[in-house]
Design a protein around this ligand. Sequence first.
Ligand code: PEP
Ligand code: MG
Length: 571
Amino acid sequence: MSFLRGIAASNGIAIAKAYRLVEPDFSFDKKTVDSPETEVARFQDALSTAKGELEQIRDRAEKELGADKAAIFEAHLLVLSDPELISPIEDKIKSEKVNAELALKEIADMFVSMFESMDNEYMKERAADIRDVTKRVLAHLLGIQIPNPSMVQEEVIIVAEDLTPSDTAQLNRKYVLGFTTDIGGRTSHSAIMARSMEIPAVVGTKNATAEITNGDLVVIDGLNGEVHINPTPERLDEYKKQQEDFAKQKAEWAKLVHEKTITADQHHVELAANIGTPKDLKGVVENGGEAVGLYRTEFLYMDRDQLPTEEEQFTAYKAVLEGMEGKPVVVRTLDIGGDKELPYLNLPKEMNPFLGFRAIRLCLEEQDIFRTQLRALLRASVYGNLKVMFPMIATLAEFREAKAILEEEKQKLDSEGIEVAEKIELGIMVEIPSTAIIADQFAKEVDFFSIGTNDLIQYTMAADRMNQQVSYLYQPYNPSILRLVKMVIDAAHKEGKWAGMCGEMAGDEIAIPILLGLGLDEFSMSASSILKARSQIRGLTKADMEDLASRVLDMGTTEEVIEAVKSVTSL
Ligand code: PEP
Ligand code: MG
């Protein structure tokens, strides 16, 4: 039995066999072969096994994910049947008497660099196809397995170095019971996705991939941030008991699903949900979400090889607005960059992607992308209560420009006779300190604020939210953060506007009492956190929390703040 400690990213306990999602080692040595004919036959064997495997994957993908997702495998099959690629490999084995691995790699690399150097999107995609399929053949030559999580057919715990948003999106929700990663923190996108999928996750364990082998029995304790590998039968029983207790606790919270979120002294706040796709709506409804406080639209743009069309976006936005039946839906415009990449945009690699060309900065520059999204949103606005929010606003000029573009698109739609909702609230994410500091100025022009603490903390403390080594600086309760939050809420209220929070801090049990005291109007969190938060808020009084908030603002450290919260609550 061994044990790893990490960051509790999504609560609950999951028990299943490990499935490693780790890039295998493809290294090999150059060899001279005695019988090139036997080597060619070995190559053909690997080729036909790879083809058979791809056919299976294609058929399953078509059944479970639809024809468009299966098309990529069809393209891969074509590559493997292309004599222009296969013959030179066989010729090389025969003429140079080298091993099949070497011949395959060298010929494939030659085609890849040739296609990649062409200034043509289609050819660049072919290069990616060749790289992908030749890896599959190479794996068979080397006798290693390539993981494919979307095709898992039994209950598993995913073990990975990190999970990109698109990896996470491909996980089969039916079979993936939980996951653990070497890197990442509570606000990394893998953690956020785990919460929206409502599966337990522990991230940042440093060596999950080194310690866990395929098939190990793994327990993910997402309540305490622990991972147990092959626990003893006694320990396993204890975990099963904890799993039951947690289920009972959830059943208690579930009784509040149709209740309002009101403090013991009758103050109402709104508990909203953060979502990534229309599929997440089910969780919002089941957990009694009063609104969608953050729809992260970037997932619409990910895990594909071109931009989504206006029509595709319109369909997604309409589905969310209709699904919420008139309750507010705050849609955030495209926030790409940082740990959210879009390979097909071919943006240059940056030294500091979190400080770089991303989110609204990119949208104001690449206006076609922005305008398409705005049109889709405006057209969808008639199907519910839409509010639009711009991410990563650093200056008033950025907000004004984004607003002007939205107005232009609205007018164009008007002149085309396309209906748009009369009133669409327009807000910004406050996640850059410059904006928090002059929130009083912004409050005169925006309809609302939503405080994005995931980034606000990283930029205020100068600590990369993905970097495990500086995670000690990731301090939501640091008085510096609390003062910025207060400035934003006060500025909004002074102008008669509302202030929400959609960073992970909004669902944090230590932060909630303080935020309530500071006067936050809307708390937006993972749907799976809503009922617990509602239960907590119903046990607090606003007046006591105001007193708590004013005291913690005058403290010097995170530790003092935590102590103060604990002393007046049951935490
Ligand atoms: C935030 O920064 O707090 C936020 C909600 O946005 P994201 O986590 O998507 O960067
Ligand atoms: Mg952010």
